[in-house]
Write a protein that binds this ligand. Structure first.
Ligand code: FES
Length: 105
């Protein structure tokens, strides 16, 4: 599946993602800017924060209660905010668009 990351300046990068990996891992593997992922995907740092594109938010769904608690530490949280290490890539998400915030934490 392909995932498009749009950064805070509006620049988009579309990359191939592996099923079963996470959106965060896909970002790191492709050197996507504005994602730090300090905790390596353990849902305990909130520096992999992204905004799911409005067109995709229903498909991706909302955060788990644990993720929601962690999102309290993210910068400029919006209704479409998710931690990208908690979004698993699958064919359903082919074409997914996420936006990265101007800063993490
Ligand atoms: Fe730390 Fe996602 S990588 S919460």
């Amino acid at each position: 599946p392909s995932i498009t990351f749009t950064d805070s300046s509006g620049e988009s990068r579309t990359v191939d993602a592996e099923n079963g990996s996470t959106v965060m891992e896909t970002a790191l593997r492709n050197a996507i800017p504005e994602i730090e992922a300090e905790c390596g995907g353990a849902c305990s740092c909130a520096t992999c924060h992204v905004y799911v594109d409005d067109a995709w938010s229903a498909t991706v769904g909302g955060p788990s209660p644990m993720e929601e608690d962690m999102l309290d530490f993210a910068f400029e949280v919006r209704p479409t905010s998710r931690l990208s290490c908690q979004i698993k890539v699958s064919d359903t998400l082919d074409g997914l668009v996420v936006h990265t915030p101007s800063r993490q934490g």
